[in-house]
Design a protein around this ligand. Structure first.
Ligand code: PLP
Length: 475
């Protein structure tokens, strides 16, 4: 099946080639570590390789090919100019370059910090965390450092039952015990919160609007109760898209805020990356931020490592620069009014879809939604199917499935977030498919039209074949 390579042999073949003399090989790599055998890699012709990867790229589904309503993930379209600028030679620099030669990049980072401060209503920002979850972890380390600096031993972090799974994980990783409280009408139950708060509480973590897409209207009372208990209020910024330019977490009383740049400020993501989760804090927490901090002394931009109370380093180098740059370009492109417009349109789109679909799927909480909403797939069960079957059937319509089975408090949850970048036409196609499926859901039927059929998820986990070597060994 595989032929020997026919192209000019690159260095790697030169090293391993049997007919090179020992001295010849020694010129390149010391004998001790030089290859004795040809590397076991498949030999293919160029057209075979090109066709393989082109075919794979065509199997891929992305926001550039279709509607992607993955709730909580804000899979919005990224304008191509953002990608183009991120590819400029001038910004693809080496992290070990001296600071005097990267002033432009440092300025971009500094200005992004300023813009995020303004959007979040916070006093300082670190750009270092590589994802929202990493931002949460950073925020929890800052929370620890803050309470320790006051000689207080606070061991608990409280979360509502709508919290994203990364929240308890981050709190736990930072050494806290997690306390979950119930919701009432899709919002934090204030009474349960007040009962849970004590002198052991380090922080309350909240997403607003929450993962049901509902704005926590008691947020000011929540902030007061949390602060009265001596605890900090943490903002999970994954849903900032719904309110940016309209309301600021800092003004609501949040002390720490993370931004998911890859969600709210576009930058394509998925499959675990790439991302950036900057964290903003109120001034009293500033000294705990990670090092280095990008600063400006009116003459030059520089990296400040001189922060004795800092929680230290949490990322290699200075954060995920390419993502930071894309978010910077996106914010500059839209401007303040543009960001506000994003929030308004994302809310309008979600409510349009909610109104169309609530006649066909139960809508557990009746409140007005922000940028996403959650339906229940419970009635599918009466037809012997489940939300999972619905998700797979949507794939056969050429559509990406919404988020399913999250948040956990909704039975057979279906979480839909259209984002502001979708047209009415695209949303209508999805609504049409959802209505058709609601009438005739088929158990274990789909997907039939996708490049891969039903995936054997257990088999894939138990029988991983991740490399050519593993493939050969399995054969
Ligand atoms: C996506 C998300 C997170 C985690 O963010 P990552 O950037 O994926 O690590 C946290 N909370 C909510 C509500 C989210 O949607």
């Amino acid at each position: 099946m595989f032929r020997q390579a026919r192209y000019d042999e690159p260095l790697i073949f030169e090293i391993g080639r049997k007919n090179t003399s020992k001295s010849e090989r020694n010129n390149v790599v010391p004998e001790k570590i030089s290859r004795k055998k040809l590397p076991e890699i498949p030999s293919l012709t160029e057209p075979e390789v090109v066709r393989h990867y082109t075919r794979l790229s065509q199997m891929n589904y992305g926001v550039d090919t279709g509607f992607y309503p993955l709730g909580s993930c804000t899979m919005k379209y990224t304008p191509k100019i953002v990608e183009e600028i991120a590819g400029f030679e001038e910004v693809n620099l080496h992290p070990y370059q001296s600071q005097s030669t990267v002033q432009g990049s440092l300025r971009i980072m500094y200005e992004l910090e300023q813009m995020l401060k303004e959007i979040g209503g916070v006093d300082d920002v670190t750009l270092q965390p590589a994802a929202g979850a990493h931002g949460e972890f950073t925020g929890m380390l800052i929370t620890r450092a803050y309470h320790e600096s006051r000689n207080e031993s606070r061991t608990e972090v409280i979360l509502p039952d709508t919290a994203h799974g990364t929240n308890p994980a981050s709190a736990h990783m930072a050494g806290f015990d997690v306390v979950e409280i119930p919701s009432e009408d899709g919002m934090v139950c204030l009474k349960a919160l007040k009962n849970a708060l004590s002198d052991k509480t380090a922080a309350f973590m909240l997403t607003n609007p929450n993962t049901l897409g509902i704005f926590e209207e008691n947020v000011c009372e929540i902030a007061e109760a949390v602060h009265d208990a001596g605890a900090l209020l943490y903002y999970d910024g994954a849903n900032l898209n719904a309110i940016m330019g309209k309301a600021r977490p800092g003004d609501m009383g949040f002390d720490l805020v993370h931004f998911n740049l890859h969600k709210t400020f576009c930058t394509p993501h998925g499959g675990g990356g790439p991302g950036a989760g900057p964290v903003g804090v109120k001034s009293f927490l500033r000294k705990f931020l990670p090092i280095p901090q990008v600063e400006y002394d009116e003459k030059k931009y520089y990296l400040n490592y001189d922060k004795p109370d800092s929680i230290g380093k949490i990322s290699p180098f200075y954060g995920n620069f390419a993502v930071l740059l894309k978010a910077y370009v996106y914010i500059k492109l839209l401007g303040g009014n543009g960001l506000k417009n994003v929030a308004e349109l994302s809310v309008l789109n979600a409510n349009y879809m909610k109104e169309k679909l609530k006649k066909h799927y139960p809508l557990p909480y009746k409140n007005l939604r922000k940028h996403e909403f959650v339906l229940a797939g419970s009635e599918l069960k009466e037809k012997n199917a489940r939300t999972l079957d619905l998700a797979k059937m949507l794939l056969d319509y050429g559509l990406h499935a919404p988020t399913i089975y999250f948040p956990h408090l909704v039975d057979e949850a279906i979480m839909i977030e259209p984002t502001e970048t979708e047209s009415k036409n695209e949303m209508d196609k999805f609504i049409h498919a959802m209505i058709k499926i609601s009438k005739n859901p088929l158990k274990n039927y789909s997907p039939k039209n996708t490049s891969a059929g039903k995936i054997d998820e257990i088999g894939a986990a138990k029988n991983m074949i991740l490399s050519w070597k593993m493939f050969k060994e399995k054969k």
